[in-house]
Design a protein around this ligand. Structure first.
Ligand code: UGA
Length: 456
């Protein structure tokens, strides 16, 4: 099938590449010339200019490009005109009130409409970006003001988690499709058929409104689980209980047991944005405060959790961190990605600098992105050093903070840490170390979220 993807962001690139891998002819278009030339340069082997770090993605892109099944262009008119199905994968950032800003989605619909004014061939337009409920209907109206031929608009929200997006795209747990058109249903069934074994239940069909709401419901359930997890992990620590032991027991109940790993709250580009947008949708549809307040609390508690290491730091060093050098391992919002959007590091490091510490930070993939993001904040970075190697960051350190769960941080060489660090203290925000080993085989003080302190 001939497909176009409007928007060469994370979702457009991953799904576009995957659809090309399955044998479709895919064109990804974007108005950003730099983005398109970076992708073309990468696929032609000219430059290592892929903007996102995602396991398995480079190979799929290169292969599909070589086979002539994948193209990147700024020529939206041609891409739209050639395609039978056009996926909208443009961004829907938060606006000032927390609503999803749909200006890029609307602009994409106008561009498609203008092409369809001159071309009567049937097209299916599919929203993959997370969009407010009612968007599919609205896009139908926009495109309908131009189109001379038949068309349908369907909702097919993306379900990719960063760091394992290629796997999520290739082996989806479910595909959500909202449409009332039999033709759209047939096309999407065919398109997704190679992703499931014959007879396997794959696509959940529903109305466009249900599909749009499903995405917000999924992310809100997950976000609220993270918030509850952190609340219990904090409480466990105050009682000297151990969240890991509790987790094993609650994990045995299949109704709970997911998104129960404690940390410094959720980050990334989706949960906060989607919970905020849902909150606005509640208000817009006349819900009373008691009904939506829980959504505001999810965001507020999560924000507070990003500062959860501060009481532990004060317990160890006192109110000021003047004269202390602290190493930080992990800048990305989670492992296996170079994404730092809403990452805990963007709260933790400014806190440390503000309290007077000298900070030496490391991340395997996200250092450049972190510097760009923190550079745009009002933070004095004179006492911040970014180190290329994880042990170099611990040189002369009075403590090591681990805030992203990269595998490379999981089993550090304690002999090397002993040699490099001035004081043997670890703050583990991601419950990454083996607690028993910390207790029995090392002489480090160990402070972790959700665990009793080990003080030496
Ligand atoms: C999330 C959803 O998992 C995807 O299904 C969805 O498609 C995507 O948002 C989206 O709407 O685009 P993502 O934000 O990439 O994906 O990452 P998650 O793995 O869901 O993690 C989100 C945050 O929660 C991370 O900061 C992670 O560290 C944190 N988390 C997750 C925890 O603190 N504890 C957990 O047990 C799980």
């Amino acid at each position: 099938m001939k497909l176009a993807f409007a928007g060469a962001g994370f979702v457009g690139i991953v799904y576009g590449a995957m659809m090309a891998k399955k044998g479709n002819s895919v064109t990804i278009y974007d108005i950003d010339e730099n983005k398109i030339s970076a992708l073309n340069d990468f696929c032609e082997g000219k430059k290592n200019s892929l903007p996102i770090h995602e396991e398995g993605l480079p190979t799929i892109l290169e292969q599909a490009y070589k086979e002539g099944l994948l193209r990147f262009t700024t020529d939206s008119k041609q891409a739209i005109s050639d395609a039978e199905v056009i996926f909208l994968t443009v961004g829907t950032p938060s606006d000032a009130q927390g609503r999803a800003d749909v200006r890029y989605v609307n602009a994409a619909a106008h561009t498609i409409g203008k092409v369809m004014k001159e071309d009567a061939k049937y097209k299916l337009i599919v929203t993959k970006s997370t969009v407010p409920v009612g968007t599919a209907k609205r896009l139908e109206e926009i495109i309908g003001t131009y189109a001379v031929g038949k068309f349908d608009v369907a909702s097919n929200p993306e379900t990719l988690a960063e760091g394992k997006a290629v796997k999520d795209a290739e082996e989806p747990q479910r595909i959500i499709v909202g449409t009332e058109s039999e033709r759209a249903r047939r096309i999407l069934s065919d398109l997704y058929a190679p992703f499931f074994f014959p007879g396997e239940k794959g696509i959940c069909f529903m109305s466009p409104e249900s599909a749009e709401l499903t995405k917000y419901a999924c992310n809100t359930y997950l976000a609220s689980q993270v918030v509850l997890t952190n609340m219990f992990a904090n409480l466990a620590k105050r009682y000297g209980a151990n969240w890991r032991e509790i987790l094993e027991a609650i994990g045995a109940d299949p109704r709970i047991g997911k998104f129960v790993h404690p940390g410094l709250g959720f980050g990334g580009s989706c949960f906060k944005k989607d919970v905020s947008a849902l909150c606005q949708m509640m208000k817009d549809t006349g819900a009373v405060r008691e009904d939506y307040e829980v959504l505001e609390r999810i965001i507020a508690q999560n924000e507070a959790q990003k500062h959860a290491l501060n009481p532990l730091l004060k317990q160890v060093y006192g109110e000021s961190l003047d004269g202390q050098t602290l190493a930080v391992w992990g800048l990305a919002f989670k492992k296996d990605t170079n994404d730092v959007r809403d990452a805990a590091s963007l709260r933790v490091i400014p806190d440390l600098l503000q309290m007077g510490a000298h900070v030496r930070a490391h991340d395997p993939k996200a250092a450049k992105e972190f510097l760009k993001e923190i550079g745009a904040m009002d933070v004095d970075m004179a006492n911040l050093e970014i180190c290329k190697e994880k042990y170099a960051a611990t040189e002369g350190a009075d403590g090591l903070l681990i805030i992203t769960e990269w595998i490379t941080y999981r089993q550090p060489d304690f002999a090397e840490l002993r040699e490099k660090m001035r004081r043997r203290i670890i703050f583990d925000a991601k419950d990454l170390m083996n607690y028993q080993k910390m207790q029995e085989e090392t002489d480090f003080s160990y402070y972790a979220i959700g665990r009793p302190d080990i003080v030496r």
